[in-house]
Design a protein around this ligand. Structure first.
Ligand code: PZK
Length: 284
């Protein structure tokens, strides 16, 4: 492989263009919490999430094509990068919710519906929905929050046919993944997909998929509707940052402090546990 040029960075991942036109998608060990990138990295997080995403792409290959071309990457990125085909990306976050949390819960409590989809009365934080709902949002510029839109608004933005295809593919992928995860002790409460299109019109699943960074993972054995569910991966981080021990005030607008070594180690173990539970494979 030849040269690569940095083209974009998100909170926790980086994107490069290769000289041959393909893209190099890199997962870092950075971690975010409460909308901040923390000043501490989690060793192996990028490799674990990349391995998880690759495993999901293989599980889902019968449902949707994906952008993965190769995992043969420069040594500095080994294990935490994918070479991907360059697509024309849809400017849409394709969100599917199977359980009530986050902005879906807020929407429901205000209106009895999620993104205009009416839901039965009596649902609470963490409830499983009667069936998964597709709740697209627009990609907001960095620092701003994505804005939920209706499927009608999505159709206006990208066309009726593409909107219908993204909805159908997103629900099919989530339904299969949620079932796999639940059998393995992880509740996949919701998730966000990104799709693009090949020059020939084929719609392709892009980005990383079904990782704890793109989804809410909850431990199934602790699932109990009626209160916010503990996060499979980030609960030690959140608990420490909001404890007196951190000295951090979430309302202060200041960057969170570095994590102590034991919180880093326990969080690393949770990412590995999620990978091992889902895939049935030993991490290392
Ligand atoms: C693409 N992003 C988001 C990811 C970042 C930003 N296969 C593709 N073809 C064309 N564009 C993209 C993809 C993918 N995946 C994805 N932006 C463009 C993103 C990682 C780091 F900074």
């Amino acid at each position: 492989m030849t040269g690569y040029t940095h083209i974009a960075s998100g909170k926790v991942r980086d994107l490069y263009a290769l000289d041959d036109g393909r893209l190099l998608f890199v997962a870092s060990d950075r971690i975010s919490a409460f909308d901040y990138v923390l000043p501490t990295t989690i060793p192996d997080k990028g490799r674990v999430l990349t391995a998880m995403s690759l495993w999901w792409f293989a599980q889902l290959a019968d449902v949707v094509p994906n952008h993965l071309l190769s995992t043969e990457v420069p040594a500095e990125f080994a294990g935490r990068a994918m070479i991907c085909e360059r697509l024309e990306m849809f400017p849409i976050e394709a969100v599917v919710r199977g359980y009530l949390a986050g902005s879906g819960l807020a929407d429901y409590n205000r209106t009895g519906a999620v993104c205009g989809i009416p839901l039965p009365a009596g649902l609470v934080s963490g409830s499983r929905l009667p069936e998964p709902v597709f709740t697209p949002s627009t990609k907001a510029p960095r620092g701003e929050h994505d804005e939920n839109i209706s499927v009608d608004q999505m159709a206006t933005a990208i066309g009726e046919d593409a909107a219908a295809a993204l909805q159908q593919l997103s629900l099919a992928v989530y339904t299969k993944a949620e079932s796999i995860a639940r059998e393995r002790g992880i509740v996949l409460a919701d998730t966000k997909f990104e799709f693009g299109r090949r020059p020939n019109g084929t719609i392709v699943l892009a980005d990383e998929v079904l990782t704890p960074d793109s989804s809410r993972f909850w431990p199934a054995d602790l699932w109990e509707p009626g209160h916010p569910q503990p996060s499979f991966d980030k609960q030690f981080v959140r608990d420490w940052l909001t404890s007196p021990a951190s000295g951090w005030d979430r309302a202060s607008g200041t960057t969170p402090p570095p994590l102590p070594d034991d919180v880093v180690a326990k969080t690393r173990e949770k990412y590995i546990e999620a990978y091992e539970r889902l895939t049935g494979l030993a991490w290392a």
